[in-house]
Design a protein around this ligand. Structure first.
Ligand SMILES: O=P(O)(O)OC[C@H]1O[C@](O)(CO)[C@@H](O)[C@@H]1O
Length: 242
């Protein structure tokens, strides 16, 4: 695992954007795995700026998002579909039909999950996966547990995640309690992975993630067994790494 420790959130975002940009330039038909949450917002902003400067072309890029809140429709501002459109897709020349996010309103969730895995497989798999990390060590919405799901699945969000994500909602009660998340197979089969983390609240999770042990209660720790992971962190998130 390569680790870049950047001065602050802005530098972390820029570094991550440069890594994504080189992937897009080297292979303009790349399949990108995308993350949501607060952490990648700066990276998306940098990529949008680079697009406006004429440095990037997303017209042949395909994307698959990691997860979606269960019960939220595409039209809901709080959905990850809404997030991606608002913060990234509507600012670049990506084709709508080339972007995929699990359907949070799927009536048959099992079918939706199986179809999502199949679509990723048929596309050839993820070339570059962007990941954030939960303060409890989750990746996607693969929450700490005794057993971790391999496939895309419906997940009950942990109290920690609900509480962490309540900052994005008017009331804690509004935070969805479930989500559809890709499983560890999709993440681990990605050819390259970039993980971003910023701030003190992520320091414990980052320390556990690079500990030398794989622990299902720190799902991100499985990334230690992947051959091409780049960790881009700011100083605060890196503060507990030995
Ligand atoms: O970046 P944040 O908001 O701290 O969230 C951490 C992670 O949890 C998620 O919200 C769940 O997938 C991710 O989008 C993010 O990578």
């Amino acid at each position: 695992m390569r680790i870049y420790i950047e001065e602050n959130y802005e530098a972390m975002s820029k570094k991550a954007a440069l890594l994504v940009a080189s992937q897009v330039i080297i292979n303009p038909k790349s399949i990108l795995g995308l993350a949501t949450g607060g952490t990648p917002l700066g990276m998306y902003n940098c990529l949008v700026e680079m697009f406006h400067d004429g440095e990037l072309d997303f017209s042949e890029i395909k994307t698959f998002n990691l997860d979606e809140y269960y019960g939220l429709s595409k039209e809901d501002d709080q959905s990850y579909y809404g997030y991606m459109n608002e913060n990234f897709f509507k600012h670049i020349n990506i084709l709508k039909e080339n972007t995929d996010i699990p359907n949070g309103k799927a009536e048959d969730v099992l079918k939706e999950c199986e179809a999502y895995d199949e679509k990723i497989k048929v596309s050839g798999g993820i070339d570059l996966q962007i990941l954030g990390i939960g303060s409890n060590g989750h990746i996607g919405f693969n929450e700490p547990a005794d057993k971790l799901n391999v496939k895309t699945h419906l997940v009950n969000l942990s109290q920690k995640t609900i509480s962490d994500n309540s900052r994005f909602f008017a009331n804690k009660e509004d935070v969805p309690k479930q989500a559809i998340s890709v499983g560890l197979e999709t993440i681990m089969k990605s050819k390259k992975i970039i993980m971003l983390a910023s701030g003190k609240s992520k320091a414990e999770a980052i320390k556990a993630m690079v500990s030398g042990y794989v622990d299902t209660h720190i799902p991100a720790s499985i990334l230690q067994t992947h051959s091409d992971v780049v960790l881009v962190v700011d100083k605060e998130a890196a503060s507990l790494i030995d």
